[in-house]
Write a protein of this length. Structure first.
Length: 249
């Protein structure tokens, strides 16, 4: 009889322990899984290599020299844009009378995503960005090129004129957004400033653009459509003659 009671007590004790364990398991709060701190792997941009935005700021100084700041945002996939972009600046132009004028060109600064970027200039006017042994990862990059030049504004019929091709030659892909702003020297009356632009291939007179003078008296131009690899936005701004006599040639 004693063994029977001992066995019964052991069975009751085991049932109590098992039941208490189950209750404790059911009431225990669930532990939320911790989010991974590992950075997400960047996803390469979809579509072909292209220029997302090409914006130019042109400051015309009193001595008729120019300071130009170009902001160029590109999608690089390692096809054409491998180490960086190439910016080709023409070192001469032809006047209406056929005379060729050589223009100086000096790089002031080059940035990639806001940080200084190595570069070298070939043939005085072709700027190569990046390092020879460093290849870009697929992604979106913004290049800022600042340079100075002279002998650009011309004089015609007692008016000074700046004629400028915004993106220039040498690009092999489309440009989704192209724009420019021109700041003239102090003292130029805004109501006597004239401006016009053209879009399309060289020599075309397309009118796919908007233009205005903003509150800072800068002349603003914006192409209203995507431009192909062989197209550009060409701007022209004229204002009353400021310097009498011969100009620097």
């Amino acid at each position: 009889m004693r063994r029977k009671w001992v066995s019964l007590a052991m069975a009751v004790l085991m049932c109590w322990i098992f039941g208490a364990y189950q209750v404790r398991s059911q009431t225990r709060p669930a532990v939320a899984s911790m989010p991974s701190t590992r950075p997400a792997k960047p996803v390469p941009p979809a579509g072909p290599e292209r220029v997302l935005r090409f914006h130019t700021e042109i400051a015309v100084h009193d001595d008729f020299s120019l300071t130009v700041t170009e902001s160029i945002r590109v999608v690089a996939l390692g096809r054409v844009i491998r180490r960086g972009i190439i910016r080709d600046f023409p070192l001469q132009y032809q006047k209406k009378d056929g005379t060729k004028v050589a223009v100086p060109f000096e790089v002031v600064a080059l940035l990639k995503n806001g940080r200084p970027e190595p570069y070298h200039v070939v043939g005085r006017g072709c700027v190569y960005t990046g390092k020879k042994d460093v290849f870009l990862k697929p992604g979106v990059y913004t290049y800022t090129l600042v340079y100075r030049t002279r002998r650009q504004p011309l004089n015609h019929n007692n008016r000074d004129e700046l004629h400028w091709t915004v993106a220039g030659d040498g690009w092999s892909f489309d440009m989704e957004h192209v724009s420019a702003r021109v700041k003239l020297p102090e003292g130029v009356p805004s109501d006597e400033v004239r401006y016009v632009a053209h879009t399309g291939v060289k020599g075309a007179v397309g009118q796919d653009y908007l233009a205005r003078i903003d509150e800072g008296e800068r002349i603003c131009f914006t192409a209203t459509r995507k431009l192909g690899s062989d197209e550009d936005l060409t701007i022209s701004v004229t204002w009353p003659e400021m310097i009498e006599g011969p100009r620097e040639e």
